[in-house]
Design a binder for this molecule. Structure first.
Ligand SMILES: Nc1ncnc2c1ncn2[C@@H]1O[C@H](COP(=O)(O)OP(=O)(O)OP(=O)(O)O)[C@@H](O)[C@H]1O
Ligand SMILES: [Mg+2]
Length: 236
């Protein structure tokens, strides 16, 4: 994969939140600039409150930034900071997987279907999507007896592995991970690391937040440091 062809280029991204009742402005990400390349992992690091999760949410279009561009390269390229909702939703479904720390899913949906959902959403027939889901669940060592049960009652670590299996099921062009090993024991964390390495090898561009510096050292090809916004920027 050529370094000169990033999958995602973020430039000058800034986001602040306004709490209207109090007339307060809370700065979050400030002037974030970086790229994410196919087959490489970019780690977002920085202190708590620096805006790392906010940057991922801006890329996923959960939040709209005040400034900056978020170019998802392709033909044609798409600026996720300014494109219309329809284009953003299409890009999400086709190209982006976002693994948050928390799994949100329908209460009675069996795990295998939760994991298969990104594939069925782009038109893959259900039997094929389920087969791909089982492969990912096996890779992450989620016990087979849980596959037909809804993840609502799973432990934190089990849920996190379901979440990750779902993020990896369709080998997206861009995979975003927000602390994917936060509640895992050593063995499960090792499986997650192996799955991330396999995704990299398959050419997925990965943007990840890890609290553990050892994981950054083990997995990151590029490291981007965000600093906590200066107090001066708090003035409305
Ligand atoms: N929806 C929101 N409304 C108001 N403020 C928000 C919102 N989301 C985030 N913030 C604020 O933005 C700042 C950055 O939050 P963010 O969650 O991006 O930090 P982080 O770098 O991911 O921190 P951590 O390492 O603790 O997860 C914080 O001060 C937070 O309170
Ligand atoms: Mg965070």
């Amino acid at each position: 994969m050529s370094l000169s062809h990033p999958v995602l280029s973020v430039s000058g991204l800034s986001k602040a939140f306004t709490i209207h009742q109090q007339g307060k402005r809370i700065p979050s990400a400030q002037d974030a600039t970086f790229a994410v390349h196919a087959g490489r992992l970019t780690a977002l690091v920085g202190p708590s409150g620096a805006g790392k999760s906010t940057v991922l949410k801006c890329i996923y279009r959960t939040y709209l930034p005040q400034a900056g561009s978020i170019i998802l390269h392709g033909d044609p390229p798409l600026d996720l900071a300014t494109c219309d909702e329809h284009a953003a939703l299409r890009a999400r479904a086709r190209d982006i997987a976002y693994v948050t720390q928390f799994l949100h899913c329908l209460p009675r949906q069996p795990t295998v279907d939760v994991v298969a959902a990104p594939l069925t959403a782009i038109g893959v027939p259900l039997p094929q999507a389920r087969e791909a889901a089982r492969i990912r669940l096996r890779e992450l060592d989620l016990p087979e007896r849980l596959w037909d049960v809804a993840p609502a009652t799973f432990s934190g670590g089990e849920r996190q592995r379901v979440n990750l299996a779902r993020g990896l099921v369709h080998r997206p062009r861009l995979l975003m991970l927000d602390e994917p090993t936060a509640s895992l024991d050593r063995r499960s964390a090792d499986l997650v690391v192996a799955a991330i390495r396999a995704a990299k090898q398959a050419g997925v561009a990965i943007l990840a937040i890890f609290h553990d510096p050892a994981l950054v050292a083990a997995l990151a090809d590029d490291v981007v440091e965000l600093s906590r916004p200066a107090e001066a920027a708090c003035a409305a």
